[in-house]
Design a protein around this ligand. Sequence first.
Ligand code: GLV
Ligand code: MN
Ligand code: MN
Length: 392
Amino acid sequence: MSAEAFTALWAEIESIGRADGGGYLRYALTEPELVLRDWFRNQADRRDMPVTEDGNGNLFAWWGDPWGRNAVLTGSHFDSVPHGGGYDGPLGIVSAFLAVDQLRAAGHRPGRPIAIVAFVEEEGGRFGVPCLGSRLMTGAIEPAAAARLTDRDGVTFAEALGTEPAGRLPELQSRIGGLVELHIEQGRALDVPVGVASAIWPHGRWRFDFTGRGDHAGTTRMSDRNDPMLTFAYTVLAANKEARLAGAHATVARAEITPNATNAIPSLVRAWLDARAADTPTLETLVEAVIKRAEDRAGRDGTGVSVTPESVSAEVAFDTSFAQGIAKWLGGAPILPTGAGHDAGVLSALLPAAMLFVRNPTGVSHSPAEHAEDADCAAGVEALAAVLKELS
Ligand code: GLV
Ligand code: MN
Ligand code: MN
């Protein structure tokens, strides 16, 4: 496949949801993502691929019988983190359509259905729980709990979806034989156009509520304050330090302050810790250490802290022989782990799943600067087509 063919299809979606500053605002089930979902249906139509929706917000475009057995899934997600890059997610869907084109042009006739999937709310950027669509479909989250999740405007997931989510779909699941998700690589670990995933670090999100006494910034003596901002600030630094000591990753990148006024000591600081590590004991020890440091500091500040896990994703080891087989089909592609979460990781708990990574020259992701070269994306399509051909 030529880089030009990739460039042409990519151009159809490149501007959808792009904000000032170049990043994307493609929150799940909001206008730009709904436009992308329409685009998905149109692409499927153009290729005579019937589209089904699973009652959880996940879309499937079928090459072959939608009710056939042992289907191979490929695809990714359209939603972005706020002001994120354009490749994280959509690259896997665009590449899947192009891989189908390539296989058809070569006269391939799949011996099992191939379905292109667009998972809903992979980033958790709107409702807080990442991989919500794949978690629902596989029963990793209760539909009633997912239905109640709210976005920053108080809209529930069920309201956004227009229905209660269906939850686990044993019948659909029994008809899926495997999944291959293509994704932009999100670190600096890949120096050839295409690689294969070995594992996903365990990771999660913990909400910290730091409470104190709201008061006047001008009249409250320094010694009389119960300022939760101090406990929060200390905890951010402690998380960074503990992660460095553990060889893990900890990030506090989102906070809400009440009342968020320049001249008022806050009564509440709510912040989210994103923590990841190469193995589960390291992650658990890290999070415990951060919580302990936050509590100790709260004791000194006269503030309170409570911690709520909002989502925890277990360590994923992708099927080694599957990954090695793919690497071999691709002429010896490198096999590498990632610290980023993916729907393929959720599905891997139930069926053989694999991931292809496309080189990211700077390694930057979840940022407007995220980028992949068209030639590498075209190589990704070639690789995905080769894998789908082998599998089908
Ligand atoms: C998803 O991209 C995540 O790893 O947060
Ligand atoms: Mn992402
Ligand atoms: Mn992604």
